[in-house]
Design a protein around this ligand. Structure first.
Ligand SMILES: CC(C)(COP(=O)(O)OP(=O)(O)OC[C@H]1O[C@@H](n2cnc3c(N)ncnc32)[C@H](O)[C@@H]1OP(=O)(O)O)[C@@H](O)C(=O)NCCC(=O)NCCS
Length: 183
């Protein structure tokens, strides 16, 4: 896995010293709440999913750690996965596990690096993303990168005791090539 450098963010492969910190985010309901499923896993299972992700295009494991270049600390993770058993597209996902790092453009920069990497290094023609319809930072991040809202899936995600509607976003390789980069 390469290292992807942006002005403020560096995306790099996870290393064993990262695992405990990132695993803690997975197990902290405040980090993913209120917009996503809250999962509790074993540490061994988490490490196994991270280390085997390279062989599995459908893996939901984090693919890159987000490091702040200035501080050199890991504040989030991004991933991508083949989202459908038949259709040929890749979905991206993103989490800033450190709430203090949010709202400063780091999420958008990280997703921009990831999507550019996917279009540059794979044959994928469409990159997608989904988010809870109430997750304003997530869909504004996507829209700022030029993603198109393609529709709404009704009652597609169950979390926090209720069914939630989900926006579907996408962008094609030609659209990505023509857009004005944000950085
Ligand atoms: C979603 C997330 C990655 C966004 O990253 P971020 O670095 O905080 O967002 P950015 O600073 O890049 O801003 C992206 C857009 O969201 C907006 N935004 C950021 N925080 C916001 C907030 N609290 N309320 C409303 N809008 C917000 C920004 O203004 C910007 O939109 P604009 O350019 O139209 O003004 C981050 O908030 C996060 O990790 N959230 C928890 C996990 C999560 O929800 N992941 C996505 C699951 S689909």
């Amino acid at each position: 896995m390469p290292v992807l450098e942006g002005p403020h963010a560096r995306l790099r492969p996870l290393t064993p010293p990262d695992y405990a910190r990132i695993f803690a985010w997975y197990n902290d309901p405040e980090i993913v709440a209120p917009f996503d499923r809250f999962s509790v896993d074993t540490f061994e299972g988490f490490v196994s999913s991270v280390t085997s992700a390279g062989e599995d295009p459908a893996s939901l494991a984090p693919r890159f750690a987000i490091e702040r270049r200035a501080e050199g600390d890991v504040v989030g993770v991004v991933g991508y996965y083949r989202a459908h058993p038949v259709l040929e597209y890749t979905d991206v996902w993103y989490v800033l596990g450190e709430p203090a790092a949010r709202g400063k453009g780091l999420g958008r920069e990280s997703v921009e690096l990831l999507v550019s990497h996917l279009f540059a290094t794979t044959s994928v023609r469409r990159v997608g993303a989904t988010c809870d319809t109430a997750n304003v930072p997530s869909y504004r991040l996507l829209e700022g990168l030029g993603f198109r809202r393609e529709g709404t899936l009704q009652s597609a995600l169950f979390h926090h005791g209720a069914w939630h509607d989900v926006y579907v976003y996408g962008i094609t390789a030609p659209e990505w090539a023509l857009r004005k980069p944000s950085a």
